[in-house]
Design a protein. Sequence first.
Length: 110
Amino acid sequence: MSGYWRDRSRPRSIAFHVSDEERNTITAKALLAGLTKGEYCRRCTLDKEIVIRVGKYQSDRLSLEFRRLRETLQALSNDSELFTETLVECRVFLEQMIEISEGKGDAYDE
């Protein structure tokens, strides 16, 4: 094992395939939880509670993500495949935010 991997706290990787819809949902939920996709999946798999973070730092992260989406949408042409993909990501992200705000999504801070 090379030195780079030997010194990592998590030297093993797991890969799995998901549909576009599943990928978008995982990405949105991880973003809303303030986690990387890897950490989000580890917590889901290992039955750890996932808490949606609320506060200045997390709000700033969401703000940056919305800004990135807006800039991407502005830069795309309407007939672009990337435009369609970005719109789908936006829809899934907003659906997850609505579920969480209605108490139907993952656990969140009181």
